[in-house]
Write a protein that binds this ligand. Sequence first.
Ligand code: ATP
Ligand code: MG
Length: 425
Amino acid sequence: MQPVRRLESLFDWMQEPAVGAIVAAVTAEGAILRFVGGCVRNGLLGRPVSDIDAATDAPPEQVVTLLERDGIRAIPTGIEHGTVTALKDGRKIEITTLRVDVETDGRRARVAFTDDWAEDAMRRDFTMNALFLDADGTLYDPVGGLPDLESGLVRFVGDPEQRIREDVLRILRFFRFHVQYGRIGPEPEGLAACARLAGLLPSLAGERVREEMLKLLAARDPAPTVYLMREQGVLTPILPEARNLPCLSALATLTGSQEEADPDPLRRLAALISAGEDAGEGSGEAVAWRLRLSNAERARLLAMVTPAIDIDPAADAPARRRALYRVGADIFRDLVLLDWAQRRADQTNAVPDWVEGGYRVLLATAEGWTRPVLPVGGVDLLELGIPAGPKIGTLLKRLEDWWINQDFAPDREACLAQIQGWRDA
Ligand code: ATP
Ligand code: MG
């Protein structure tokens, strides 16, 4: 494999001592280790690199031995597919032995190890994901990924249809990488193959779909690609609940730029599956189940899709605080952004300034908010001589409602006096 060029300076992450130690351990007996995938792709684009993937010609068992010999933790993450995770000082590198997929069924592959770098490049999904980088900065490009990366074109390695039949997830990855790196395209042959084979999508495991969809939705502006996915018939098979593309579109312009720096994929998913009147609990539950969301994610998605409060951009300060108290600052913020996006999506003319201003005030209220605590508890009621039992709970609830309606102002003394008042009445 011929190098194409040498980096002028090494990427920051390549210079970390932990990365150097892992490379030194694996290559100590003459094996070769090269970085590959996202870390090389993003490094070349000057984008942040989160996880590091590498390839090596050493078999996985040997990788484990070499790492452990140097006191580096080796986790056999997917050892039957050749993947070992090296862990040192909080830095993680996924090291995968060069391989070819010898047998595939659209979901899993039986693999064979090889020492041929070009063969390993051929089993990778897109040309921009098959660039290899030596620890000294030498760059290899066996399948022509560099020009595609530079022009922003997501292109399958080899025949798109065959590559999708090997692993159907590549349909979703095609759109996900297009969202993140596409500046032209999408590449017509790849796109046509995705559309043709969309019927295979329901066979995918929920967790794999979830990972790609959440990464796609976390991009700065995923909406045009989501429209494209629907048009090509690849959205409905994985997410039949995705009805509200205009809301996603509006939310992305809110959250991808002005209102916050960090787009939230779950909130965008909520926008996509919400549909005002007829949304209902059903779609949130179905999506949470199908995408195997965690309990916390599921709860948040449902809270967004079936709101427990009405968002009103004209609400006065006490009403804003009441709403915040009901759902908490995080969900409140989600609901404000979603309502704002829906308003923009519904309105053919621009949303009036005072309404936009109202939403900004709502967000600002959530910013510095700390949840007030009812200054009286069950013990206080017992001390007032109220007998233990369900009455205590009922009284406390009544007191809380009263206290909320007084804008959380009554202190402990006032609360106790109020209870006395009710008893005397
Ligand atoms: P990121 O980590 O930023 O999401 P990545 O390119 O590192 O992007 P990973 O899912 O971590 O993506 O995969 C690492 C590399 O493994 C990819 O760059 C690609 O070369 C290869 N790869 C991953 N999944 C597949 C797949 N389904 N088919 C073919 N190759 C794949
Ligand atoms: Mg990666």
